[in-house]
Design a protein around this ligand. Structure first.
Ligand code: ATP
Length: 367
């Protein structure tokens, strides 16, 4: 029998700034409705200079609307937005987008087709004299590794190269804040990782606060210093990827890190019965309907040796180097996914004994 792991469900609000330096971006209790429908609901977060935060959630949860409010593309109905300590928006007040010192990169990062790479990057630098502008363009192209392409037109570049130029263009006016909306999604997988790492490295180095919006949990986990998990307009949990992994606030966050096994049950005498055995739940009321989530790495297998534990039959296994991806059939006929990293000498068709690892087991009230 297993004890439910501690579930803090900490939902953090804006971070308190301890030093004198204000956050690169502070969003305070931001809400937004279209007609009567609230699509952003009391969102608060704060990003320090040089930090990358990811706003992640399913399509329609309100990510882009939040970004548009920060960029100044929508008027604020409720709440406040501060960029580097300067109030840029609250109800009835809005600093225009071009005066917010915000860089923007979207998935369709259209470069100006009639301008060369260098002129695209120079576009936001018209306030500088010719020599200063050329110098800055040169620096930026060097930083994104595109010096050799200064004189060419965008249509001759690959997607990754265009993305690098778009980044240089967005960085040119030295924004305090960079907003990236699915900015890497159009690139194929390998290139996406490379360009994203390069771009975020440059932004961190420049001390720019960055908010990356994505529906891709893996991208958020890899890229974010802090992840804000968003569901139906609300941030349901904020924290480092490892915090969300160890203490997910709800079933949605628990499912972020890859496929999971889900079971439904009811609390009876402090226990929930699952096909993997009974689980002790401390913090939920008697009779409450619950969802039990077990990560594939939370199911441990042993050869059947007469010891206690649930029995299961191994129905499939795939060996991926040190990791074995296994499918088990349980006594009730249902199947579960298992990820085993130890040596495992059980063949398809054989019976095993199953034990659960409480670090990968979560119990939440059922929706
Ligand atoms: P996606 O990942 O698909 O872009 P999202 O999380 O960015 O989704 P938003 O684009 O912020 O979501 O949209 C949130 C909700 O608000 C959606 O249901 C959307 O249809 C609605 N919405 C967005 N813009 C408008 C608008 N201008 N008028 C009316 N409804 C809108």
């Amino acid at each position: 029998m297993l004890q439910e792991t501690e579930r803090t469900g900490v939902i953090s609000g804006p971070r308190q700034e301890t030093g004198a330096e204000p956050a690169g971006l502070a969003i305070e209790e931001l809400s937004h409705s279209f007609a009567a429908r609230r699509v952003v609901d009391r969102v608060s977060l704060a990003i320090r200079r040089g930090e990358v935060h990811c706003l992640v959630g399913p399509s329609g949860c309100g990510k882009t609307t939040t970004l548009r409010l920060v960029a100044g593309l929508e008027p604020v109905q409720e709440g406040r937005i501060l960029i580097r300590g300067r109030l840029v928006a609250e109800p009835g007040f809005s600093v225009p987008p071009e005066r917010r010192r915000v860089g923007l990169m979207f998935q369709d990062f259209a470069l100006f087709p009639h301008l060369t790479v260098a002129d695209n990057v120079a576009f936001g630098l018209r306030h500088l004299d010719r020599a200063a502008r050329d110098r800055r363009v040169g620096e930026l192209l060097e930083r994104v590794n595109m010096t050799a392409y200064a004189a060419v037109y965008p249509h001759t570049l690959s997607g990754g190269e265009q993305q690098r130029v778009a980044l240089a263009r967005a960085l040119a006016p030295e924004p305090d804040l960079m907003l990236l909306d699915e900015a890497f999604s159009a690139l194929d997988t390998a290139l996406r990782t490379q360009i994203r790492e390069e771009a975020l490295g440059i932004l961190r180095e420049a001390g720019t606060a960055t908010l990356l919006v994505t529906h891709d949990a893996e991208e958020a986990i890899r890229a974010g210093d802090v992840i804000h998990a968003m569901q139906q307009g609300r941030i349901v949990q904020s924290g480092a990827p490892a915090e969300l992994y160890a203490r997910p606030a709800n079933s949605f966050v628990a499912g972020f890190f890859g496929p999971v096994n889900r079971f439904r049950g009811r609390v009876r005498s402090g226990l929930v019965a699952t096909p993997l055995g009974e689980i002790r739940v401390a913090r939920l009321a008697e009779g409450e309907a619950v969802e039990v989530i077990v990560r594939p790495e939370g199911i441990r297998l042993a050869r059947c040796d007469g010891s206690r534990g649930s029995r299961a039959r191994l129905v499939a296994r795939r060996d991926l180097g040190p990791v074995h991806v296994i499918r088990l059939q349980l006594a009730d006929g249902s199947q579960v996914k298992v990820r085993e990293t130890g040596a495992i000498d059980v063949a398809v068709g054989e019976e095993v004994t199953v034990a659960l690892d409480s670090r990968h087991l979560f119990v939440f009230p059922a929706d």
